[in-house]
Design a protein around this ligand. Structure first.
Ligand SMILES: O=C(O)CCC(=O)C(=O)O
Length: 151
């Protein structure tokens, strides 16, 4: 993975892999208060398109990924959250190709993706951020908003 990561709400630590509420005695920065409202609106729209997206997540953590031009994230499954509620993902800046279960979709600035229902544990990743496709950012910013706990 070639992204710069910022964890909000919970810290996604590695070696060994674990989720933390504080790092070196410092609390992990909180998820901004307006993220829940954004997720609520995205989920309402997603539900109109496909009711199988399932319940709206309670946003307890957000992962902010910054990808320099040309950088992406390999295929993986989001399986560390106890909750099976949807993950809401927002994209800003350069275009990329989003790959999910072998299918490719172009993601552009302002697009939202919801992994919910049968797609919640789908294998996915992004190819390199495409240079020259954004006036907003030299690179790509992605925010995934998630529920950690089961309830
Ligand atoms: O950058 C993206 O659109 C995907 C991010 C992602 O898959 C993740 O944070 O788990």
């Amino acid at each position: 993975m070639d992204a710069w990561l910022l964890s909000l709400g919970w810290f996604w630590a590695t070696n060994p892999y674990r989720m933390l509420r504080e790092v070196d005695g410092h609390p992990v920065p909180a998820v901004p208060g307006n993220f829940q409202g954004i997720a609520d609106r995205v989920m309402e729209r997603a539900r109109e398109i496909d009711p199988l997206v399932g319940p709206t997540p309670r946003i307890q953590t957000a992962l902010v990924n910054f990808y320099p031009p040309g950088k992406g994230m390999g295929l993986h499954v989001d399986a560390d959250e106890k909750s099976g509620n949807a993950v809401v993902s927002l994209s800003f800046g350069q275009d990329t190709v989003f790959r999910i279960e072998g299918r490719d979709t172009l993601l552009m600035s302002g697009d939202a993706v919801v992994f919910g229902g049968p797609a919640r544990r789908a294998r996915h990743g992004v190819l390199g951020a495409r240079s020259g496709t954004s006036d907003l950012l030299e690179g790509r910013l992605n925010i995934t908003m998630r529920q950690m706990e089961e309830r």
